[in-house]
Ligand binder design. Structure first.
Ligand code: ATP
Ligand code: MG
Length: 807
């Protein structure tokens, strides 16, 4: 049964309905977040098919992501039935790939072209830089590629690009661009930007091809129009403009009237300027498309008034924006909850607890809950805590931390140290980084192992008996075997997991290889490894923490509160390094069991966290969604946690002294806030590990933009105490230090540690926050202190390991 016209506009307000029913000239729907823009597009498509009898094959709908496309298609099919499936609902890129596959013959190129992703493009650029012998210090592949990408987004070809090049580079840049194009061609490849640019070029160069698509697509709809770049705009213009370039007379084709066009967008949600998007497209729409009309939507159906007011006050700080009146009749709703955690783990823990509380109370479901962050790297703390507490979640976009290649490689090194017979791990890293142990050499070792019925690892210890090895391979295999044996010896001598990890990353050349590379990817790999070392350090530090009974001063089990067995090594009778200093005992003489900071213990922990099976899959309805603010565009959730509300995190550090970028960050905040339907949380951490160093970031300036009465602070750390000021001044120096490279290698102190404290000292611990030393014991590497962390209890910490500083 066909839906009736009345059914298809049911529940729409007047301007929404007008947009759905509109016939004729181009329409721009501009409206704030949650006002039903996407809903209008979806309903309009259904209306076109169901009421106006438009053939689904003549509809082209453009969404920002493939996921949004799939959703829109499903909705339309639900409304008007399966025949709607043949519509083109896709991103600009997918639509262009389809067009190019069909038409690329006009350019005399193969329709079997490959599409280079950014990693491929980078590899190609590295080759070009090498071949052209460009000084790697002056010419970074990433910079060159960004520049080329900007050219392509503006439809500028190499021969016309000289005046866009940086001063003094008018030859080099266009030359590299031309080479890059030539080699893409030779490889029968297009990069992402090409897909759009080449389609536009195709339409311009072959107007009869364009005419074919103008005849085919009689209805064009574009969502998120504020994020289109000039190339995408040109494409829309070719397909829908009323003044396309002329058709050659001899073609005999009579140009057809432009199709109907509807674009929807919100200039306050433009968040892709860094990829060349420009809101000029939305501002100039009426000018660019003759006879266009604009429809405004003002009622927000998504959020409570509280959420909307917060969003409006943040975005209103941006200059030169068209004022919008966005209102909601959903009522004030709940206040926004603010929470200041001591660390990013505290932040994650609060969120996990809060989600569980809300779900237990039946207030929300996991599937209706989302956690947003500014950068992918922030997901790690959430993943760690969520896995530990068994919270079902999924990360959208971005590879899960423990699935990243470099992290897996590092884990394989550790496993290979811990267990020489772990063949999978040994084989994974034996030639990673490349050290000249090729497949053939590995095969010979394997053959020997097979014949002797020993493990690959054991065969490595009997290399002299392996036949047919080339001299070079033999030397390399020996070096590898020695390195692994050395680390096993370190482990046997009691080296802690973090020490072993830092050491093997260094000794294996893994870190140096990444450092030497010009690939941007490798820089982020280095960051991830720094982060992984931090994970190990944290593990070791935790292993050295013992809970202390406040009354008896004796170690207790953190969970049961039962007294623990004593460790004879730290009792006052011990000698040498471990002798306690009687005067500092303060009557708290007993020790605790030897902490297990060993590599096997660490690997066990990592295995649990890294196990993909621990993450529920499939049923996305039942899991909490984690994603960056950029991917959150267009989505909505009952409960939203916006995290890392710190200057330097969000807004991003890069934007702090750049007004244009700050405006974009503000729009990102607007996007984030307006994803929430009923409940919004804003969280931040006092201390956060960034670039492998503790950073103390002040509260995000966006919080000050919101009226205070919208917020309910669940926990606020007292402002600007002396330590915070000190901390703030430390931040820059911590960053300066990382500037020169990441910190690896054994023996280098990583993070704050104290050498000595006395009773009464105030300390700041990265996990437990502020505390007071109530007792000290031991000396040298065995020095310990009992620290009272208030509500978190008293902990016995090893001064050598605890990430803590004296205030
Ligand atoms: P964004 O700017 O975030 O992309 P949007 O303008 O596209 O938002 P939609 O996602 O289409 O807004 O709609 C927001 C929410 O409001 C959706 O849940 C949608 O179903 C609902 N909604 C939109 N219009 C109406 C209406 N007339 N009546 C009831 N609910 C509506
Ligand atoms: Mg939308």
């Amino acid at each position: 049964r066909r839906p009736t016209a009345a059914e298809l506009v049911e529940g729409l307000n007047a301007p929404q309905r007008e947009a759905v029913e509109h016939e004729g000239g181009p329409v721009l729907v501009v409206a704030g977040a949650g006002s039903g823009k996407t809903r209008v597009l979806t309903r309009r498509i259904a209306y076109l098919v169901g009421v106006r009898d438009v053939h689904p094959g003549s509809i082209l709908a453009i969404t920002f992501t493939n996921k949004a496309a799939a959703e829109m298609r499903t909705r339309v099919v639900d409304l008007v039935g399966p025949r709607a499936r043949v519509m083109w609902v896709s991103t600009f890129h997918s639509a262009c790939v389809r067009i190019l596959r069909a038409e690329i013959g006009h350019f005399e190129r193969s329709s079997n072209f490959s599409i280079y992703d950014s990693a491929d493009s980078k590899r190609l650029m590295q080759m070009i830089c090498r071949d052209k012998q460009l000084d790697p210090k002056r010419y970074q592949p990433r910079e060159l590629l960004n520049w080329i990408s900007n050219c392509k987004n503006d439809l500028v070809r190499p021969e016309a690009s000289a005046d866009r090049a940086p001063r003094g580079q008018e030859d080099v840049y266009p030359g590299v661009y031309a080479d890059y194009e030539r080699r893409l061609r030779a490889a029968e490849a297009f990069d992402f930007d090409d897909l759009i640019m080449e389609t536009v070029r195709l339409f311009r160069q072959f107007p009869e091809v364009r005419e074919k698509y103008r005849r085919r697509f009689r209805q064009v709809l574009v969502d998120e129009y504020q994020d289109t770049n000039p190339a995408q705009y040109a494409l829309v213009r070719e397909l829908c403009g009323n003044d396309p370039s002329a058709l050659p007379e001899e073609s005999g084709i009579v140009p057809i009237d432009p199709p109907e066009l509807m674009v929807v967008g919100d200039s306050d949600q433009s968040i892709y300027a860094f990829r060349g998007a420009t809101i000029r497209n939305i501002l100039d729409f009426e000018h660019d498309f003759r006879g266009a009309r604009t429809i405004l939507l003002e009622q927000n159906y998504r959020s409570t008034q509280t959420v909307l007011s917060a969003a409006n006050s943040v975005i209103s700080k941006n200059p030169d924006r068209p004022k919008k009146r966005l209102w909601s009749d959903a009522g004030a709703g709940e206040k926004i909850v603010g929470y200041v955690a001591d660390t990013e783990h505290g932040e994650a823990q609060f969120i996990a607890d809060e989600i569980d509380r809300l779900v237990d109370a039946g207030t929300t479901t996991y599937g209706q809950t989302a956690v947003f962050y500014r950068t992918n790297a922030q997901s790690r703390a959430f993943e760690d805590v969520f896995i530990r507490v068994g919270m079902p979640y999924r990360v959208v976009g971005g590879v899960r931390f423990y699935e990243r290649k470099e992290v897996r490689d590092a884990i394989s090194y550790l496993k290979a140290i811990a267990n020489p017979h772990d063949e999978v791990s040994v084989r994974r890293i034996i030639n990673e980084p490349k050290r000249g142990i090729g497949d053939r050499a590995q095969e010979q070792v394997q053959h020997f192992a097979d014949r002797q019925r020993i493990s690959f690892g054991s065969a490595l210890e009997r290399l002299d008996e392996v036949e047919g090895l080339a001299t070079r391979s033999l030397a390399q295999l020996r070096a590898f075997a020695t390195m692994m044996a050395d680390h096993r010896a370190m482990m046997a001598a009691g080296a802690a997991a973090d020490e072993l990890l830092a050491s093997i990353l260094q000794a294996s050349g893994y870190v140096d290889t990444l450092r030497r590379s010009n690939d941007l990817q490798d820089e982020s790999r280095l960051e991830n490894l720094t982060e992984f070392v931090a994970v190990a350090e944290e593990f070791v530090a935790q292993a050295h923490v013992v809970d202390i009974d406040q009354e008896t001063g004796r170690p207790i089990d953190a969970e049961t509160g039962e007294p623990l067995e004593e460790d004879p090594d730290t009792t006052p009778s011990a000698t040498g390094d471990r002798t306690t200093v009687p005067g500092q005992l303060g009557g708290l003489g007993s020790g605790a069991p030897e902490p297990d900071d060993s590599l096997p213990a660490f690997l066990e922990r990592v295995a649990l966290v890294a196990d993909a099976d621990a993450v529920p899959d499939g049923d996305t309805d039942g899991v909490v969604t984690l994603m960056t603010l950029h991917t959150a565009k267009g989505l909505e959730f009952d409960t939203v946690f916006l995290t890392g509300f710190e200057d330097g995190v969000f807004p991003h550090m890069r934007s702090l002294d750049n007004p244009t970028e700050l405006e974009e960050e503000r729009r990102l905040a607007y996007v984030g806030i307006t994803r929430a339907r009923k409940r919004l949380y804003l969280t931040r951490a006092v201390v956060r590990t960034q670039w492998g160093q503790p950073s103390y970031n002040p509260q995000s300036r966006f919080i000050a933009d919101m009226p205070g009465d919208l917020l309910d602070w669940r926990r606020l750390v007292e402002p600007a105490t002396s330590w915070e000021t000190r901390a703030a001044s430390r931040t820059s120096s911590a960053r300066d230090r990382t500037e020169g490279g990441h910190v690896f290698g054994s023996g280098v102190p990583r993070g704050p540690h104290v050498d000595a404290v006395t009773v009464g000292d105030r300390v700041l611990h990265t996990a437990f926050g502020l505390g007071t030393v109530v007792a000290t014991m031991g000396s040298g590497s065995n020095a310990k202190a009992d620290v009272d962390f208030g509500s978190l209890g008293t902990k016995r910490l090893s001064l050598r390991h605890a990430p803590m500083e004296k205030l």
